[in-house]
Design a protein around this ligand. Structure first.
Ligand code: SAM
Length: 263
């Protein structure tokens, strides 16, 4: 067993797991950069409940249940969502596109997370920049974006995956060289019920790892100050709008996109 003292925010929660697959140096580097322990295998006395590991060429996040499944593990999915057209750019349709606005060309996704909204926005042909403050999610995103760059269609079309800034968007948005037409926010809201059967596993694990985003109102203020035209906030349908009465609202399945125009 290889261990390293973990004194940071992931202490006791997260570790990197090697499992004898590939070059251990990459695993060691990842563990060192996140200041978490590296283990060779999952022994009974290991206290952490979440693990990062590469399986089948993807960096994945596991809880103990997912580790036991052959095809388990959560990764940044680079495939189009169900019902999404596979061409690029895909048609700008649906509640998300309506919220982003017909005249929008450039978007910052300031809460990239698992990158699913970023990927959707990218596939619809918007120019997008991503921001993520969690170093773990940033590692998963970088892995996903590098797999995206290797896709045949991306290379054929001379496309590059979205750039990623790692850090707190509240600070980063204050120092932008170029303002985007739209800033998109999808912070973590408290759950309505303690354990929602409807919450996706990927979001439950993200919540276990990071907790709710307590500074959403500050993030919203920073986004409104930094955008050229609008801020879009995705929120669960039960939550109050974080910026007061929105100018427009578009309903999705169990969620809402609240749109705020720059005054
Ligand atoms: C609910 S998840 C976003 C999910 C994402 N929209 C998707 O499609 O996968 C929220 C993410 O925003 C990030 N986040 C929240 N506030 C942030 C901030 N101020 N700066 C940067 N990232 C932030 C969290 O770390 C978390 O990964």
């Amino acid at each position: 067993m290889f261990t390293k003292t973990s004194e940071q925010k992931y202490a006791g929660k997260l570790a990197v797991l090697y499992e004898g697959q590939g070059d251990i140096l990459a695993f060691q580097k990842l563990a060192d950069s996140l200041l978490v322990p590296l283990y060779q295998s999952l022994d009974a006395d290991i206290p952490e409940n979440l693990f990062l590991s590469w399986r089948a060429g993807c960096l994945k996040l596991f809880d103990r249940e997912l580790l036991n499944r052959k095809k388990g593990g959560l990764t940044v999915d680079i495939e189009p969502r169900n019902g999404e057209q596979r061409s690029w750019p895909a048609p700008k349709q649906g509640a998300l596109a309506q919220a982003l606005g017909r005249k929008t060309r450039t978007v910052i996704d300031a809460t990239a997370g698992w990158g699913q909204d970023s990927m959707h926005i990218f596939r619809m042909g918007y120019e997008i920049l991503c921001i993520e403050r969690s170093p773990v999610m940033a590692e998963l995103l970088l892995d996903g974006f590098s797999r995206l760059n290797q896709q045949y269609w991306m290379q054929q079309l001379h496309l590059q995956s979205p750039p990623l800034l790692i850090g707190n968007a509240i600070d980063l948005l204050d120092n932008l060289e170029t303002r985007p037409d739209c800033i998109y926010l999808d912070p973590m809201f408290p759950l309505k019920r303690k354990k929602s059967a409807l919450a996706k596993k990927s979001m439950m694990i993200l919540r276990d790892l990071l907790g709710d985003d307590q500074d959403k109102e500050q993030l919203f203020a920073a986004a409104l100050a930094a955008t050229r035209k609008r801020v879009v906030v995705k929120s669960p349908d039960y939550a109050l709008p974080i910026g007061g009465q929105p100018n427009e609202s578009f309903q999705g399945k169990l969620l809402r996109y609240d749109v705020y125009f720059k005054g």
